[in-house]
Design a binder for this molecule. Structure first.
Ligand code: NI
Length: 258
């Protein structure tokens, strides 16, 4: 069954029909979903979702957008929540220089990225990275941590080229592939998917964002993942069933490691 490694079902975009939508997942072939925390108030919401739904797991952490709001208390909370048996990763964490241009913001993001990678290491969990317009700094920090010993990770919504992909693949990390791979203008990502071994790819939605074609621009959900599997299958020259089976196995190997 399809494993959605990165979704945001705590988002208000799902307030009107969250229960109905999530009730339809299993009958539509969606086996497991990881809800990724973004904002600080997403921590509790993610825990509530994974406690309510047997197929839902959580990544706990705070997105670089909110790095300046992370206090020592928030870090302690992430650590405590990460000990929940359904917490499967620390995320989404990382660097975003697209929305944040100031040097001082970059410094804070880097400090909080490191602080959360420390938690991943100490709690023996994989990490889930968000990186936008911050290729070099992200790579340097991840490389340093992986060298020191980590429990694997996913570069979520991978948006860089083949050269950067190779670095992460050589570290044994996974690339998260979502709706963007179905876009006509996504030449760079299609090249990365062609280059990367299927054994190091995982599927993700990042919903409510990044709906695949033919729903580009609409609210996304895990129900759209067959379009992503189809696009990956065409690029790799295999069947969508194989893409779904292998990426599910990859996700389980990484995220159910503890
Ligand atoms: Ni996300």
């Amino acid at each position: 069954m399809i494993f959605d490694t990165h979704a945001h079902y705590d988002d208000e975009a799902f307030d009107a029909d969250r229960a109905t939508l999530l009730a339809s997942m299993q009958e539509n072939g969606i086996g497991c979903i990881v809800n990724a925390c973004a904002a600080i108030d997403g921590l509790e919401k993610t825990i509530a979702l994974m406690e309510k739904y047997p197929f839902m797991y959580g990544a706990v952490g705070v997105h670089p957008d909110d790095a300046d709001q992370i206090t020592p208390e928030v870090l302690e909370k992430i650590r405590q929540l990460s000990r929940n048996e359904k917490a499967v990763a620390i995320g989404e964490i990382g660097l975003d220089y697209y929305w944040h241009k100031e040097k001082e913001e970059h410094r804070i993001q880097q400090d909080m990225f490191r602080a959360q990678l420390d938690i991943a290491r100490e709690e023996k969990l994989p990490f889930m990275v968000h990186s936008r317009e911050a290729a070099e700094d992200t790579l340097n920090i991840v490389r340093e941590y992986v060298k020191g010993g980590m429990f694997g990770g996913i570069i979520h919504c991978f948006s860089y080229g083949r050269e950067i992909a190779r670095e992460y693949l050589n570290m044994g990390l996974y690339l998260g592939i979502g709706g963007v791979v179905t876009f006509k203008n996504a030449r760079k990502l299609k090249e990365v998917v062609e280059y990367a071994p299927l054994s190091q790819l995982v599927l993700e939605t990042d919903c409510p964002y990044l709906a695949p074609e033919p729903y580009r621009g609409k609210r996304n959900s895990s129900l759209n993942l067959p379009y992503v599997a189809q696009a990956v299958a065409e690029i790799k020259g295999v069947t969508p069933e194989e893409v779904i089976a292998v990426t599910e196995e990859n996700a389980k190997k990484l995220l159910f490691c503890r």
